[in-house]
Design a protein around this ligand. Structure first.
Ligand SMILES: [Zn+2]
Length: 331
């Protein structure tokens, strides 16, 4: 475990409007999930209301550690799943949970069905693709899959999972993709880790074709769960550098040559259970496990209808943002 003094720290500008030092501190807090000895401020920009962390460990000094934590996190998740899925009660509850969620999907309609209907050879890039399991089904829709990730072992698995795909190691600007190449650029649970999103958006703009589509799936502060404050699941120091609301993601994309076409809400009951756990462990130095048990599955099944109703009323624990590359006729 690295000591926090080993990192170099940087003050960052507001990820949304670029203001420097123009913020109020919402809270000072520590890493609660992995017990990394790191503390920082969660602040709110006085100019645009963007919520972000500053200072943060300078990315180059932190990147190696970042990969280690992520791998550990993924492996542990897989282990836990193997272990818990043995119990019959757990299996039955999980089946019921899946059934319940399918009913909700039938009622509200799936954003995925609405956005990914075309069965043609669309050129699709996933930034931060990891092992590409989340996008494997798009390869079956005949999409041409491209992925990029800083983590070499993730890319190694991605190549096995989608043998026809093109996978590259590195940050987006190290991928050397052609101008106006992609039909769709997709980032799932990645954008909130970026401290300089304007820079990334300008590179995405370069590689998207005219009228190309950007899909961002980001944890959101446009939610009642914001009341948990620093115990809210998505407050993840130092990994979630920038947490968006509907207003701030719109502002950021529109000032970086994108036009928002649609924002879908997703409301996650499970996060309330994790937030409660973070709150109940607030005075202890215990590791907060994110595993599901039979008890938490029952709690989730009871909470789901309430969160489904909240989602219909506009509550968004996740925002799914669909944006088009702005072309001259829009400007
Ligand atoms: Zn700002």
């Amino acid at each position: 475990m690295k000591d926090k003094e080993e990192f170099s720290w940087i003050e960052i500008a507001c990820p949304c409007c670029g203001s420097i030092g123009n913020y109020e501190v919402l809270f000072h807090d520590k890493n609660r999930r992995e017990l990394i000895p790191i503390e920082t401020n969660c602040v709110k920009c006085k100019n645009c209301t963007m919520v972000y962390l500053t200072p943060i460990p300078e990315p180059d000094s932190f990147n190696k550690y970042y990969k280690e934590i992520y791998l550990k996190f993924m492996r542990e998740g897989e282990e836990v799943e193997k272990e818990t899925s043995k119990s019959i009660i757990y299996k039955a509850l999980e089946w019921f949970l899946g059934f319940q969620l399918r009913i909700f999907l039938l009622i509200k309609g799936s954003w995925i069905k609405k956005e990914f209907v075309k069965k043609e050879k669309l050129k699709f890039l996933d930034i931060g693709c990891s092992n590409a399991m989340k996008i494997k089904w798009l390869a079956d829709l005949k999409y041409c899959i491209h992925g990029i990730d800083v983590n070499p072992s993730g890319i190694e698995e991605a190549i096995k999972n989608i043998p026809d795909g093109d996978f590259r190691i590195g940050l987006l600007h190290e991928g050397n993709f052609e101008d106006s190449f992609f039909d769709i650029v997709h980032m799932d649970n990645v954008f909130e880790h970026i401290h300089d999103p304007a820079n990334l958006l300008s590179e995405i703009n370069r590689i998207l074709r005219k009228d190309g589509k950007l899909i961002l799936i980001i944890p959101s502060l446009s939610t009642i769960q914001r009341l948990w404050g620093k115990y809210y699941t998505v407050q993840w120091i130092p990994f979630h550098v920038a947490l968006y609301t509907r207003k701030t993601i719109r502002l950021l994309l529109e000032s970086n040559n994108f036009r928002i076409r649609k924002i879908y809400n997703q409301s996650i009951a499970w996060w309330a259970i994790l937030s409660y756990r973070q709150w109940s462990y607030r005075n202890s130095n215990k590791y907060i496990d994110c595993k599901k048990t039979s008890t938490t599955l029952i709690a989730e099944i009871f909470l789901n209808p309430f969160f489904f109703l909240l989602e219909i009323l506009g509550n968004a624990d996740y925002l799914v943002v669909i944006a088009d590359k702005k072309t001259p006729e829009y400007q």
